[in-house]
Write a protein that binds this ligand. Structure first.
Ligand code: UT7
Length: 324
């Protein structure tokens, strides 16, 4: 294994222009702005155009991340896209993005780990950069067009989700103990019916499927697994909650985030939230929140930042970053 670390060299995000407010949703299903804001903390979400696919959203976020890193496409030698809403079953959205960006013919592949997918992708990219002889710079993107799998007649889910993409440029550096330090990741696939998109029965044809969710079950599991992941991450890195300068959680529901912070014993002024304007964008949510936090100087050099996510599967993860 090489010495050195993997740092976040650049960040980028992209939110489609069209905004769908709670008030507009209340004209589509039996709900209200007040119910959505009180139960979720969300006021609006962005919705992609019909002609915009996952790889198009990813392209915009990737361009912004490359610009932020002051790098060119030829500098990238690994591409991973995390998504549950790929343009098509295959080719992967990563392969399509490779061509759209005009990258060299670098290894490009998708990861599907729902809302935890970006943290799974970071783990894979970090290990390849740290251990692989030929990788120095990775583009990791979380990109979702959730509006394409939302049932717009189901008020229990359609109020939650939005479309967006976020991207990191990761780079190997010989410096020690900075950047992405550690991750705790897990999965429990024993209750797929709690949150899924597809058929739970074997089918012979591919049909259009919508996302289905048992909200309260997901809510409870989400707090439980995210707390466990953060605690394990702190323990094995000999840190305590007072060492966390900034927690950037998956932006699913403000009540989930508040309960998580309370269970860890972290004040909310150390927890970054932007779901009010984005809604839940699944694997795009953490890189978008991170980009916004970075650009608003929410964290500083030397800070310990923890990213934490939970999603369908169930899957979960927590990642520790020391900001250089
Ligand atoms: O990204 C990871 C995956 N997703 C999540 O993390 C989401 C996790 N779950 C949640 O965020 C919450 O469970 C929801 C926001 C989905 C629902 O909030 P809740 O407080 O758990 O509400 P509930 O499902 O217990 O429903 C309470 C009531 C029900 O009516 P009754 O049975 O009490 O008469 C629902 O029918 O609210 C009703 N309801 C609504 N009312 C107005 C459900 N959706 C709506 C709605 N507007 N949009």
């Amino acid at each position: 294994m090489k010495q050195g670390s993997v740092i976040v060299r650049g960040v980028g995000s992209y939110l489609p222009r069209k905004i769908l407010t709670n008030h507009e949703l209340a004209l589509m299903v039996d709900t209200s702005d007040e119910w959505i804001r009180t139960r979720t903390g969300i006021s609006q979400r962005h919705i992609a155009d019909t002609h915009e696919a996952c790889s198009d959203l990813a392209y915009m976020a990737a361009k912004n991340a490359l610009a932020d890193a002051h790098l060119q496409t030829e500098d990238v030698d690994l591409l991973i896209v995390s998504t549950i809403t790929p343009d098509m079953i295959f080719p992967s959205s990563a392969a399509l993005l490779q061509a759209k960006l005009g990258l060299r013919n670098v290894m490009s592949f998708d990861i599907n780990a729902t809302c935890s997918g970006f943290l799974y992708a970071l783990e894979v990219a970090t290990h390849l950069l740290q251990n692989g002889k030929s990788y120095k710079c990775a583009l990791v993107v979380g990109s979702e067009k959730l509006s394409s799998i939302v049932d717009w007649k189901d008020r229990s889910t359609c109020i939650l989700f939005g479309d967006a993409a976020g991207a990191f440029i990761l780079e190997y550096t010989p410096a020690e103990h900075v950047g992405i330090l550690d991750s705790v990741l897990g999965a429990d696939g024993s209750s797929p019916e709690k949150l899924y998109c597809g058929s739970l029965q074997p089918t012979t044809t591919i049909t259009k499927h919508f996302m289905k969710m048992s909200g309260q079950e997901v809510f409870k599991n989400s707090i439980y697994w995210m707390r466990k992941a953060v605690e394990e991450l702190l323990e094995r890195n000999h840190l305590t909650k007072t060492d966390i300068a900034c927690l950037i959680p998956h932006q699913a529901n403000l009540r989930i985030i508040q309960s998580l912070a309370q269970s860890i014993g972290l004040p909310m002024d150390r927890v970054f939230c932007n779901l009010e304007v984005t809604g839940n964008t699944s694997s795009a949510s953490i890189p978008i929140a991170f980009a916004q936090a970075k650009n608003s100087h929410y964290f500083h050099s030397g800070d310990n930042i923890i990213l934490v996510a939970f999603g369908g599967g169930f899957t979960w993860g927590a990642t520790l970053i020391k900001w250089p």
